[in-house]
Design a binder for this molecule. Structure first.
Ligand SMILES: Cc1ncc(COP(=O)(O)O)c(C=O)c1O
Length: 342
């Protein structure tokens, strides 16, 4: 892509080649200091553990410009921490926060002209990931690991933008087992979601909401986002589960809703039986930002929320507007969540 001729506001959520990415290597118990490279293809062993047994973890973040053109990350140290949590669960070496953040910043700065301008709604998506590589055959942790950061300019994940989507409450397939790897950001969770997602799309839904895998009774999360509901009494409720990804967006929204806007926010098990009490629903995550959920299909019945599922509800809108303004420096960052990329 040519950044000089790109129509930033028309970008979708897909991969585009930009010149630089960051590679660091772990061998004999230590990470090297890493460096920028231009090659976007990898040459790895055919027996690499990541290829056969899924020893792989990743993160997803965004860089955005404020009105004065400066570039900002949103709570990157939380991504560093979660990457370490994922690494421990998948028996991979932890990346020091310093290396994680430096890899990200160097990659962004080297590709600076690909960070979309302020006010276009586009952002630079950042994909840090780690692969278990090296010669291998049996099921065992990889002997070597590679840490990579690539970036690519993107538009909204759901192409409709800030418009209500309809989700299928999945009653057959599970995303993650109760004591499995649902809380780790690892490829297998996403591979497992492809078939239910395809089926849901064929049935006319945009995506899937998973239930707990033990009782199929409690909401968990969507394929790429946590979820929240606004109840009839004005309370905001969001699922609590050890099997979902610990969304940084969701945790930020909970604090904004509770401390800045004065909402009662409940983080608890939410039963599907409560669906009749929802007046609004939303999905939240780095890619999804805040996406209104207009309706949920459960066991063949469609449950519609605010404005018959056609418009975003007022509370969902308030959260969306505040979060997006905060992330581009349009409202004051009272918590030090924004970190400048310099
Ligand atoms: C399964 C899943 N849940 C939730 C999220 C949201 O997490 P975060 O807000 O940290 O981006 C993501 C990633 O965006 C995800 O892949």
């Amino acid at each position: 892509m040519n950044p000089k001729t790109t129509e930033w506001s028309k970008l979708d959520f897909s991969y585009r080649y930009v010149p630089y990415r960051f590679h660091a290597y772990w061998k004999d118990g230590a990470w090297n200091s890493g460096k920028l490279v231009t090659e976007n293809k990898l040459l790895i062993d055919e027996g690499a553990v990541c290829l056969h047994y899924g020893q792989e973890i990743f993160e997803g973040m965004k860089a955005q410009r404020s009105e004065d053109g400066r570039i900002w990350l949103f709570r990157p140290e939380e991504n560093a921490r979660r990457f370490q949590d994922s690494a421990r669960r998948m028996l991979m070496p932890e990346i020091p926060e310093e290396l994680f953040i430096r890899g990200i910043k160097e990659t962004i700065l080297a590709n600076k002209e690909y960070v979309p301008p302020y006010g276009t709604g586009a952002s630079l998506y950042i994909r840090p990931f780690m692969l278990g590589v090296g010669e291998n055959l049996g099921v065992r942790p990889a002997p070597e690991f590679i840490f990579i950061v690539f970036v690519t300019p993107v538009g909204p994940y759901f192409k409709e933008g800030f418009k209500p989507i309809s989700l299928k409450v999945e009653t057959y397939y599970d995303r993650a087992a109760a004591h499995g790897v649902g809380a780790a950001k690892t490829g297998g969770n996403y591979a497992a979601s492809l078939l239910p997602l395809k089926q849901a799309r064929e049935e006319g839904f945009n995506d899937v909401v998973y239930l707990d895998s033990v009782e199929h009774k409690y909401f968990e999360e969507s394929g790429v986002a946590n979820i929240f509901f606004v109840l009839k009494n004005g309370t905001i409720a969001t699922p609590k589960s050890d099997a979902i990804l610990n969304s940084i967006t969701r945790r930020s929204l909970v604090r904004i809703a509770r401390d800045d806007f004065g909402f009662t926010v409940e983080e608890r098990q939410i039963s599907v039986a409560e669906i009749k009490d929802f007046v609004e629903a939303g999905a939240c995550g780095t890619a999804a930002v805040v996406t209104p959920i207009g309706s949920l299909g459960y066991k063949g019945e469609i449950h519609k929320f605010y404005a018959d599922g056609k418009e975003p509800g007022p509370i969902t809108r308030k959260l969306y507007e505040h979060l997006t303004a905060l992330q581009i420096g349009d409202v004051e960052d009272t918590r030090g969540w924004l970190k400048e990329v310099v």
